[in-house]
Design a protein. Structure first.
Ligand code: PLP
Length: 448
């Protein structure tokens, strides 16, 4: 309660803006995830690793727009390139040299990607990748992991984080529609397995194999903080996909270019058939992409026959616009270099070590995880392997931690216990130490 009071005291202008905005924008935000109690911090501007809010607070940013800004905010090289592109036009709806500029680094980074198409978001990337998998296999059902987030399209809102009391047994989960407006028919094509339980995937394939188009999985489940694949899990999914002629579709919207240059596929050494990408590949510009082997990608309709797509349709006015492609190319070619990856993973380990020390000193029950540029703290006594383990997480405690950190000028990760921090190429060792100091202060004042 004291931390909430302090939050309100520090942010009167955010409170006022929230009230005004709620008049013109439902809940005052443009993504349901962004609304939280008592109200979100409203931004004035962002630069480098800092968010400047409308109350004059300067917040060290480790949320980085849901981890999108691995390059940090206002990266000078990216800004210069984008400004130059603005002078050349922002939208052509026709191919240009920017297309190869953005596509090639993705092809270079993923062995599985021989060709790639661009979209405007991760939702679109996963949606189109799924349609492509269906077109390629001629089947309709998709196996997904309970508790994983794959975007805002209808099937992705089935059991992304269902209330446990509605979720049914782990070995036969209920398909919970988590939004009004999702048609009753949508869950029919969604088959739910458990992350880190290849047997649950195999059981579904044994029963529904000839109807299954794809196994859709995040290499590391980043809707559960940071749940990593146990040894053999992704490898077994690869085997099962081959055995049942099913597409292995990696959702690398969050893991792509963040766990390693070639995402989770490289980090965990398992090759998917199709990869969906977004977020960090664009350095903060709205983008998505999906790619795979030529043989699969060629199922994307090349043209229309009497108005009907000759393969999987992929349309979009803003797809592959030169402004965003310029941002992708510069981000991947110029900014996310090998040195940049070394820098962020070194700082990530420094942050994790700091957290572990404070946790030990304070006698807290918590797990600290890191992978590549991302990390998470779970206030629980047990590791999180599957969605069902999520019930051990003390979300109320986590909420107090998040608000308390913001009160100490650090946004530790996006609001919600299920999220993780990102270290950007612009963070410094001093900023990592400031993050740890804020946590140490919080631990002495709040948790002891
Ligand atoms: N897939 C995953 C794993 C995500 O984390 C997200 C967004 O957080 C999406 C898909 C959807 O991406 P977007 O928000 O760009 O539509």
């Amino acid at each position: 309660a004291r931390e909430y009071e302090r939050y309100r005291d520090r942010t009167p202008n955010s409170a006022e803006m929230a009230e005004e905005l709620r008049e013109v924008v439902p809940a005052g935000v443009c993504s349901t995830f962004r609304a939280y109690e008592p109200y979100p911090i409203h931004a004035d501007r962002a630069a480098g690793t800092t968010i400047y809010d409308v109350d004059g607070n300067e917040l060290l940013d480790f949320a980085l727009n849901n981890g999108t800004q691995l390059v940090g905010h206002t990266h000078p090289e990216l800004d210069d390139a984008v400004v130059e592109q603005i002078d050349r036009g922002t939208l052509y709806t026709r191919p240009s040299d920017r297309l190869e500029f953005a596509a090639q680094p993705l092809i270079d980074r993923w062995d599985a990607i021989e060709q790639v198409r661009f979209t405007n978001s991760g939702t679109e990337a996963v949606m189109h990748a799924t349609r492509l998998a269906r077109a390629y296999t001629g089947r309709e059902k998709v196996i997904r992991m309970e508790g994983a987030y794959h975007g805002a399209h209808d099937p992705a809102l089935v059991s992304k984080m269902p209330p446990l009391e509605q979720a049914g047994p782990a070995d036969d989960p209920r398909r919970v529609r988590e939004s009004q407006g999702v048609p009753e028919s949508v869950p029919e094509d969604v088959l739910l397995a458990q992350y880190n339980d290849a047997e649950s995937v195999e059981a579904l394939l044994r029963e529904h194999g000839p109807e299954v188009a794809a196994i859709l999985v995040e290499p590391a489940c980043l809707n559960l903080g940071l749940a990593e694949p146990e040894d053999g899990f992704l490898e077994r999914l690869r085997e099962l996909a081959d055995e049942y002629n099913v597409v292995l579709l990696f959702d690398e919207v969050k893991t792509g270019v963040k766990l390693a240059p070639g995402g989770g596929a490289e980090y965990y050494g398992v090759e998917p058939d199709i990869v969906a990408l977004a977020k960090a590949i664009g350095g903060g510009y709205p983008v998505g992409a999906f790619g795979g082997r030529r043989e699969i990608m060629e199922r994307i309709a090349a043209d229309l026959d009497d108005g009907v797509a000759t393969g999987a349709a992929h349309y979009g006015t803003y797809n592959g616009n030169p402004l965003v492609l310029c941002a992708v190319g510069v981000t991947l070619r110029e900014i996310l270099t090998e040195d940049a990856y070394d820098h962020v993973s070194d700082l990530n380990e420094r942050l994790a070590a700091g957290y572990r020390d404070v946790i030990e000193d304070a006698g807290l029950e918590a797990q600290v995880k890191t992978a590549g540029s991302q990390g998470a703290v779970h206030f629980t006594d047990e590791p999180i392997r599957t969605f069902r383990d999520w019930q051990h997480v003390d979300e109320e405690f986590h909420e107090a931690y998040w608000i308390g950190m913001v009160n100490r000028d650090v946004v530790p990760h996006p609001h919600d216990a299920s999220q993780q921090w990102t270290i950007s190429v612009q963070h410094t060792a001093e900023e990592i130490d400031a993050h740890v100091e804020a946590f140490a202060d919080l631990a002495t004042h709040l948790f002891m």
